[in-house]
Write a protein that binds this ligand. Structure first.
Ligand code: GUN
Ligand code: ZN
Length: 443
């Protein structure tokens, strides 16, 4: 359809839930809004109004109501699109690779898979697959690693652009301790990153993320370049890995003897600050936790990956108490699912090991506004505040026989949210909308 003929307005009817802040461990009543018979009114892809159905209807000028596309999702839950704060699209094909922990898993499975992305056709096909799976799982924004090949960034950005998605990615930087066919040099990384930033950063809803893989695979000179790039233009992001595995941490100590600890390596090279996010952050000393919060660096909580690779148990309550921004992440393909709903179930189990069970309202905050805040994208996405981009999902809390049986008493909101994160998965995702428009409808 010609753009000028597409509906400019959407009216969405259903059970609307969104967060205004972190509900914490006691479901702070002013941290969220829930309209059991609610509505969203969307104008030109942005939230114009949210509230009870009757109030919204009364506020829409009658002259434009007739022009609106109407979505009747009554009885279903409408939430902001889910935010995956750390994942690797080129690892889509190695999820479920047996028997290794981090460093061996990288050498035996990950690096060979990533080497195939020297072929742009592999990048395009995998990016299209990945984006399509994200939408089917209710994820509308993600911080995504590409590979060392600049073409892999082009492939992902092009796919995200076609779907009009708010996405982040960057070319992996690796100039040591990796196979020769996956390494760049400082000069190549600089040339490629600058060209990619020029091509993609700020194009539509896309942003570039400076992506040194992790401290062991970059020389000090390359980390210094990454820090300089991060500061070179407004709104550039940084993503990397931190304190995931004990052998990795010991290796960082050997490679950077002048640094106090793992976090200090990134600090030393100017890689901590707003819009920087680090995957895992499991084994941090108190001083590292304190410093992450102080710098405004965020942590990506990747429970399915941390369990699958035997890495350990991220302490979300401790990170959060310290003031660190935390987002939820699948870490595909160290993680075992594209689903942030399944990931919430694993996050809950990890939280039990710290004797601080993750309450359902806080959990769904983590997967929505919390992720947007961790990525510093909450001016655009994360909840239904008027003016934000209207990415939302429609969830059926009784999508499976097990959920239907569990919820047959028509339980309240928190119990439905909890049942969904423990028993539910992508089968609960009925629809995913991008900037108001339906981008995925379950069969
Ligand atoms: N550390 C460095 N690279 C990776 C990666 O690809 N996945 C995970 N889980 N950890 C890493
Ligand atoms: Zn990762």
């Amino acid at each position: 359809m010609n753009d000028s003929l597409k509906p400019r307005y959407q009216l969405v009817h259903g059970q609307v839930l969104h967060f205004l802040a972190d509900p914490g461990e006691h479901d702070a009543a002013d941290s969220y809004q829930y309209f059991a018979d609610g509505a969203l009114w969307i104008e030109d892809g942005h939230i114009a109004d949210v509230g009870p159905w009757a109030d919204i209807l009364a506020r829409i000028p009658p002259a434009i109501l007739g022009e609106a596309e109407v979505f009747d999702y009554s009885g279903k839950l409408i939430l902001p699109g889910l935010v995956d704060t750390h994942c690797h699209y080129p690892q889509s094909g190695i999820i479920a690779s047996f028997g290794r922990q981090l460093l061996d898993w990288l050498n035996d499975y990950t690096f060979p898979a990533e080497a195939a992305f020297c072929d742009p056709a592999v990048g395009s096909a995998t990016a299209d697959y990945f984006v399509e799976r994200m939408l089917a799982h209710g994820t509308t924004t993600a911080s995504v690693f590409s590979t060392v090949h600049p073409e892999s960034v082009d492939a992902f950005m092009a796919s995200a652009e076609r779907h009009n998605l708010r996405m982040l990615t960057g070319k992996v930087m690796m100039d040591r301790n990796a196979p020769a066919n996956l390494m760049d040099t400082v000069a190549e990384a600089e040339r490629d990153c600058l060209a990619l930033i020029e091509r993609w950063h700020g194009k539509g809803r896309l942003r570039y993320s400076i992506t040194p893989r992790f401290a062991p695979t970059s020389t000090p000179d390359q980390l210094a370049l990454a820090g300089a790039l991060y500061r070179s233009q407004p709104d550039l992001h940084v993503q990397s890995h931190l304190a995931e595995n004990p052998d990795e941490i010991a290796w960082v100590g050997e490679l950077f003897p002048h640094c106090r600890d793992y976090l200090d390596v990134y600090n030393h090279y100017g890689l901590l600050g707003p819009r920087s996010i680090y995957g895992h952050c499991i084994h941090l000393a108190p001083v590292e936790i304190e410093e992450m919060a102080q710098f405004g660096a965020a942590a990506a909580f990747c429970p399915t990956s941390n369990l699958f690779l035997g890495s350990g148990f991220f302490n979300h309550p401790a990170a959060s108490d310290a003031g660190i921004r935390v987002g939820l992440a699948t870490d595909v393909g160290g993680g075992t699912s594209f689903s942030l709903i399944r990931t919430l179930g694993e996050a809950y189990k990890v939280s039990q090991l710290h004797q601080r069970p993750l309450p359902p309202l806080r959990a769904w905050f983590l997967a929505t506004l919390g992720g947007a805040q961790a990525l510093y994208l909450d001016d655009f996405i994360g909840n239904f505040a008027p003016g934000k981009e209207a990415d939302f999902i429609v969830l059926d809390p009784r999508a499976t026989p097990e959920l239907d049986f569990r919820l047959k008493g028509g339980e309240g909101l928190a119990e439905r949210l909890f049942a969904m994160m423990i028993l539910g998965d992508e089968r609960c995702v009925m629809a995913t909308h991008i900037m108001g428009k339906a981008a995925y409808i379950a069969a």
